[in-house]
Design a protein around this ligand. Structure first.
Ligand code: BEZ
Length: 224
């Protein structure tokens, strides 16, 4: 079955992009990576999304995350559309964006990575790319995937928030609760014994009493 599951290694594909030909693993290097697809160049929702992605690029870079977009158009179209995206953002209408866009005109990667939306088709009846987000860790394993249909624009603030959560898990061994925001308390993961949690989280572990008497709701202030 096409697609990627959590824990799968990123495929080491070669592709043409707006910043030249890449091999994906070399592109990622030792960084975190976000591969996000969109249906088509010169379409309204996609323009707003890539504009927002460009605005947030410094935030992703601060978190050591390399961004790369993908759709089923040519490099030439991507470059021409990039001028519109920059103009939409109120910037100079130049071809350069802070991340490359993969040209997958033959849909080879889109099929391999399970990115097609069967409900949205082009004038020839071929399915467009859905709005997929894959976040890879520095080990090149898939840490998170999001799959939206072509007709629903994503929330890139949410994508930044999940990167913060993934990195807290990777580096500080904590989980984040419902509607967590950076700075809020985080949760001790269920498999960590109490004595180890006390050592690992010197700011303290706070347990909420529950009718079951089980002590599994354990909070700690967000580690630095
Ligand atoms: C858009 O980006 O506006 C769009 C693309 C494909 C289907 C629906 C909307």
């Amino acid at each position: 079955m096409p697609g990627l599951l959590l824990g799968d290694e990123a495929p080491n594909f070669e592709a043409d992009t707006t910043q030249g030909r890449i091999r994906f693993h070399d592109f990622l290097g030792d960084s975190w990576g976000i591969l996000f697809s969109h249906p088509r160049d010169f379409t309204p929702v996609c323009t707003t999304e890539l504009g927002q992605a460009a605005k947030l690029a410094p935030e992703f870079s601060k978190r050591n995350v390399k961004m790369i977009a993908l759709s089923i158009d040519s490099v030439e179209d991507h470059l021409s559309w990039s001028k519109d995206i920059n103009a939409y953002n109120g910037d100079q209408p130049e071809e350069k964006l802070p991340f490359p866009i993969i040209a997958d005109a033959k849909r080879e990667l889109a099929v391999k990575l399970g990115m097609l939306d069967p409900d949205e088709r082009d004038k020839d009846g071929m399915p467009l790319t859905a709005r997929v987000v894959f976040v890879f860790g520095p080990d090149k394993k898939l840490k998170l995937s999001i799959l939206y249909p072509a007709t629903t624009g994503r929330n890139f603030d949410e994508i930044l928030r999940v990167v913060d959560s993934l990195q807290l898990t990777a580096y500080k061994k904590v989980a984040t609760p419902v509607n967590w925001k950076p700075g809020d308390s985080v949760m001790v993961i269920p498999t960590l014994p109490d004595n180890e949690a006390k050592k690992l989280f010197p700011k303290g572990v706070f347990t909420k009493d529950l009718p079951s008497g089980k002590k599994y709701l354990r909070y700690t202030p967000q580690p630095e």
